[in-house]
Design a protein around this ligand. Structure first.
Ligand code: FE2
Length: 469
């Protein structure tokens, strides 16, 4: 090989990588738009507003077209009608403008899949998937075209500022979802009956395995798009709560993979709301529902029951946006729902440090106690305890550090390890709480009492160590 050819060969390889999607997009993402429920048979001026917002990345969460509408009535689609519906959307000037200036990722929901509330038994699902990929511009030879289901993921940005987008497919594999005979009080719709049997599935095994692989990829922010709501429990429509074991499996997987920075995005509901579950995983889990690019409820309505609601946007068409301030000391995520004029309707601002997964428990050698075991011990007893540090305090005069095993120091199950100033010498000379936070520590000391609560006091530097993972 002649050496002057080497740069050309490198360029050729790089070009091929880009073409087959191997190269990771290094753009630092700071501005994302998302939404769902755009009926192509009606005007959709919000596409232009989204274009003016200038997102770097736009995520469509399903019901991106309504292929199952015929003469104003709902009727299961044919493959031809699905293709025709996408063609109408492609010809929309506002959508065309948005698309020309943003990266686009999508999943589908029932109306673009082809039939209202359809699942894995939908007869045209293969043809619908090809129409979906044609609309998205998926290359004809891409593996994803051969895959069952339209789930996909990408990571944008350099290490330290990576945004991973995971788009789930909640339709292709979904098992049957029968309805109850009578409506729930306060609703006209008959509720779906929670499916608990061994065959009840939402994602299917292949997609679950793929999701685990994705969650093990490094990323600072992870946006998981699900066409249907994940957190809400009370309404009678489609939601993950109709498959309680599948939802628990999702939470378990997030815990097992220690995936930090997860924010859920959903659609389908013709309403906007931000739901929050502080207990689903080891950090607050948000579900941003932006549903009504042109199908939002016109007028105002009382928000429906949702015990996990953090904020509601109970009127009008809207889209969602996520802004990331990577330059802040602790990067800030603004999770927003925007009105038809582009103004922020509601938002939650979350420091990225809040969305940190707790490490899974590390093995404890024989004789090393858990916080619960220490709390049943005797005052004056010498113990070695191993625990995760979930919270704490730096104190002055005399200098000491409190390490708490629970977020809430007042919780019955909380054990505080008091690192006295005599222990803050040598290796711990400059230590502050931050060194120990979200780590697992092993501490040797004596059980003492403070305000009637048992604690462990550490007095020598060699009696405190961070357990390596
Ligand atoms: Fe839907």
């Amino acid at each position: 090989m002649r050496y002057q050819n080497v740069p050309w060969i490198i360029l050729l390889i790089a070009t091929l990588c880009v073409q087959v999607g191997l190269a990771q997009d290094q753009t630092v993402i700071t501005r994302i738009a998302f939404g769902s429920c755009a009926n192509q048979t009606k005007p959709c001026p919000i596409w232009e507003v989204m274009a003016e917002y200038r997102p770097q990345l736009t995520l469509l969460l399903g019901d991106n077209v309504y292929a199952d509408q015929l003469n104003g009535r709902m009727q299961p689609a044919t493959p031809e009608r699905i293709v025709a519906a996408y063609a109408v959307l492609q010809a929309d000037p506002g959508f065309t403008q948005l698309r020309s200036q943003t990266q686009l990722m999508a999943t589908w929901d029932d109306h673009d899949y082809g039939a209202n509330d359809a699942g894995g038994d939908w007869v045209h699902k293969q043809a619908s998937a090809q129409a979906f990929h044609d609309f998205l511009g998926t290359p004809p030879d891409a593996d994803i075209r051969q895959q069952a289901g339209v789930y996909q993921a990408r990571v944008f940005g350099p290490p330290g500022k990576r945004v991973q987008v995971i788009m789930l497919d909640t339709r292709f594999f979904r098992s049957e979802l029968p309805q109850a005979e009578t409506p729930k009080p306060g609703f006209r719709a008959r509720p779906y009956l929670p499916q608990t049997g061994p065959d009840a599935q939402l994602l299917g095994d292949a997609q679950w395995q793929w999701l685990e692989q994705q969650l093990r990829q490094p990323a600072e922010v992870r946006l998981i798009g699900s066409s249907i709501q994940v957190l809400s429990d009370e309404h009678p429509f489609e939601m993950w709560a109709n498959f309680p074991a599948e939802r628990e499996r999702l939470y378990d997987l997030l815990r097992q993979t220690e995936a930090s920075g997860v924010v859920l995005l959903s659609g389908d509901r013709h309403l906007g709301e931000i739901s929050l579950d502080p207990n689903a995983v080891s950090y607050p889990l948000y579900d941003l529902t932006a549903s009504g690019l042109n199908q939002g409820y016109q007028g105002w309505r009382l928000p429906e029951p949702n015990s996990k609601r953090f904020a509601a946007l109970p009127f009008g068409n809207h889209f969602g946006s996520i802004e990331i301030d990577w330059d802040a000391n602790d990067p800030l995520l603004s999770l927003q729902l925007r009105l038809e004029n582009g103004q922020i309707g509601v938002q939650a601002i979350v420091p990225l440090s809040v969305l940190v997964a707790e490490p899974r428990p590390l093995p404890r050698p024989a004789g090393v106690l858990s916080p619960a075991e220490v709390l049943t011990g005797e005052v004056g007893q010498a113990v070695v305890v191993q625990m995760p540090v979930r919270a704490g305090r730096d104190l002055a005069a005399p200098r000491r550090i409190l390490l708490n095993s629970q977020q809430n120091y007042a919780a019955e199950s909380n054990l505080t390890v008091v690192v006295q100033n005599t222990a803050l010498t040598g290796v711990h000379e400059d230590a502050k709480l931050n060194r120990f936070l979200n780590q697992t520590v092993r501490a040797t000391g004596e059980i003492t009492l403070y305000n009637g609560r048992k604690q462990v006091e550490v007095k020598r530097p060699e009696d405190l160590e961070i357990v390596p993972r």
